[in-house]
Design a protein around this ligand. Structure first.
Ligand code: KG4
Ligand code: ZN
Length: 342
């Protein structure tokens, strides 16, 4: 599926704590991908404060969009359509990007394209891997989601497995907090684990369940119990070892279940998606498992794993080809399953 002329999408993403805008040519070439992170502001609170996130998006969105256009060497008049994340995410944060995109679409008389955030994470893989085509399995692991998705076709998804409680990234962030690391904890656990050994016994939750689902809250509680017990008994432990042990416990279950899905469905391509797929230990382990099982693995580069508008522009391109445009009464939704996209 390709257009017979160049298509330029201006994409906007504001679903959580990153304000991002990108100019995307023909779905795959990112002429710019500007990301303004609020992490330093939320750090002091130990997590994202929704009201603050919305206010910061409002303050900066104009600048971010201007920078994305100037970096790409384009003006508003060059743009064919505006793509924007409308679900899922923090509702106030989503509304900032959506309202901005609607105003642009109205003023410029350009189509408005609604994009599902998780679809964006999955499509990030198309940007760098020109050979990737559906059907494939995607392991989506972010701060808000943990899904194994069957990507049957462009825009056609089936959730085969998901978390029963905390999202994978949420577990990383909460465990990090337990041992005094700041938000977001995932990258710090990744770094410390490199200096530690996985010698602390933690459970592989739901490894033997006869489905493709996950649970992370029990693992998080086990870490908490371990830390509390160590405090009460005055037993010293190395944070590095705890990070390595936690990371190994998460990775063992993710890798086992994801490979099992690929084998059960006889699908030979796997694409990682979402912030936690930036985890170096997981990347290494899933790579080894895929090599062993002869599965083609697609892993986005680090910048495209976490939230960015480039991935939203990639979805925007395919939706543009399908003329999947929204009216200006489009609303934002905090929750929307990826297999509910119409
Ligand atoms: O996809 P993302 O940027 O935002 C959401 O849509 O949620 O994911 C953010 C999550 C956070 O929980 C963060 O701790 C986690 O991704 N993360 C990592 C790493 N980098 C980011 N988790 C483990 N290892 C990493 N290197
Ligand atoms: Zn995300």
């Amino acid at each position: 599926m390709e257009a017979n002329k160049d298509i330029l999408i201006l994409a906007i993403e504001s679903s959580c704590d990153e304000t991002s805008a990108s100019v995307v040519l023909n779905g795959k070439t990112l002429l710019s991908n500007v990301i303004s992170s609020q992490i330093d502001i939320h750090k002091v609170f130990g997590g994202v404060v929704p009201e603050i996130a919305s206010r910061k998006h409002i303050e900066i969105i104009d600048l971010v969009v201007d920078e994305a256009l100037s970096e790409a060497g384009k003006s508003f008049l060059d743009i064919d359509a505006i793509a924007v994340t409308y679900a899922p995410g923090l509702i106030g944060a989503l509304l900032v990007g959506l309202s901005y995109a609607k105003a642009l679409a109205y003023t410029l008389k350009k189509p408005l394209i609604p994009v599902h955030h998780i679809q964006g994470h999955i499509y990030a893989n198309f940007i760098e891997d020109k050979n990737l085509k559906p059907p494939f399995i995607s392991l989506v692991i972010s701060g808000g989601h943990t899904h194994i998705v069957l990507v049957e076709d462009y825009g056609k998804f089936k959730i085969l497995g998901k978390t029963k409680d905390d999202a994978c990234g949420e577990a990383f962030d909460k465990v990090a907090r337990t041992i005094g690391l700041s938000y977001p904890g995932g990258p710090q656990i990744d770094k410390l684990a490199k200096e530690g050994k996985p010698i602390i016994d933690l459970p592989r939750v739901m490894l033997d369940s006869n489905d493709y689902n996950f649970s992370f809250s029990g693992l998080k509680s086990s870490v908490l119990n371990f830390v509390n017990k160590a405090k009460m008994t005055n037993t010293e432990f190395k944070k590095e070892d705890l990070c390595a042990s936690f990371q190994q416990a998460v990775s063992d279950v993710l890798v086992y279940k994801t490979i099992k899905v690929c084998k059960d469905y006889n699908i030979k391509t796997l694409a990682l998606a979402g912030g936690v797929s930036a985890n170096s230990f997981l990347r290494d382990n899933i790579k080894k498992a895929c090599e062993k099982e002869n599965i083609y693995l697609c892993v986005p580069s680090l910048k495209l794993c976490t939230d960015n508008a480039g991935m939203i522009g990639c979805v925007g391109y395919y939706e543009y080809l399908n003329k999947n445009f929204a009216n200006l009464d489009l609303n934002a939704y905090a929750n929307m399953k990826i297999d509910d996209i119409v």
